[in-house]
Design a binder for this molecule. Structure first.
Ligand SMILES: [Zn+2]
Length: 282
């Protein structure tokens, strides 16, 4: 079966020193484009949905078109909920058919983050749904979660040890200096911290804020053990700019299917570039 949870995909990536792209899709077209790119490269893929996107469609409606794409894919596909700060909503998506969820309690005190993450893990495990957790603050805007640059905080190794041990999550996103959205100014990634956490973490590490990192940064972080890399902004840009380009070039055409086909190719191109790079064995 091609519709899987994240664990199998990521454990294999970690063992073999490559990373799997997790792409934030916004509708059928972007999901289909992403999976076709993965199929052509014969690589696994994670389709990520933001809470905002899921709410725009509705849980049942969104899963009704995502699940068939995953089930019919020629490669392994996980469908993952990104940055959910709401315990009840996270559980609703687990019930709704997501094979993986991220519960983001990073803005809470450590003990409350642990408590809520544990609750999600206990709910998800019997359903074979995997859970990603976060510690520290990844700056920028993701969905409606705003973390100001001044409030940025790297994950603390001691907190990470406690959090991992207590929660038994399947994938871990420690904040090490990457940011959501488009980077402003210099990017300061703490590679040593990332390496240290990866050494003691029993589960694969996740890199948020992938858009805008250089090839060298990706390469270094994947070599250090990043197994999942999140790409959201680059997909949004490819989608919106693809549409803009097409309508500019074909002012009086008004052909939605041709517009969709063109836009889909632009999204596919961006996904392909990322998967090709992430899947190189380090
Ligand atoms: Zn993120």
């Amino acid at each position: 079966m091609s519709y899987v949870n994240m664990k199998k995909i990521l454990d294999n990536a970690r063992k073999n020193h490559y990373a799997v792209g997790a792409f934030n899709i916004v509708n059928y077209l972007t999901a289909k484009a992403a999976v076709e790119a993965a199929e052509e490269l014969e690589q696994p893929i994670i389709l990520q949905t933001s809470v905002k996107t899921v709410k725009a469609f509705g849980i049942t409606e969104m899963m009704s078109f995502l699940k068939p794409i995953a089930e019919q894919a020629k490669v392994e596909v996980a469908i993952h909920l990104d940055h959910s700060t709401d315990v009840a909503f996270t559980k609703a998506c687990i019930d709704g058919g997501w094979s993986s969820v991220m519960y983001d309690g990073s803005q809470l005190a450590l003990k409350d983050n642990i408590k809520n993450t544990k609750e999600i893990v206990a709910y998800a495990k019997p359903k074979q749904v995997t859970v990603e957790g976060e510690l520290g603050a990844i700056v920028g805007v993701e969905d409606d979660i705003v973390v100001l640059a001044g409030n940025h905080a790297h994950a603390k190794p001691d907190d990470c040890r406690v959090y991992l041990k207590e929660t038994e999550i399947d994938a871990f996103a420690p904040a090490v200096g990457t940011a959501h959205g488009v980077y402003k100014g210099e990017i300061n990634i703490d590679y040593d911290l990332f390496d240290e956490i990866n050494q003691f973490s029993f589960c694969p590490l996740v890199l948020h804020g992938g858009t805008g990192l250089t090839d060298e940064m990706f390469h270094r972080l994947i070599a250090l053990g990043a197994s999942k890399v999140n790409i959201s902004t680059a997909i949004k840009i490819a989608y919106v700019q693809g549409m803009a380009t097409y309508t500019k070039l074909n002012v009086d055409q008004n052909d939605p299917l041709k517009l969709d086909a063109f836009t889909k190719e632009q999204v596919k191109k961006v996904v392909t570039e990322h998967i090709r790079f992430f899947s190189l064995r380090n």
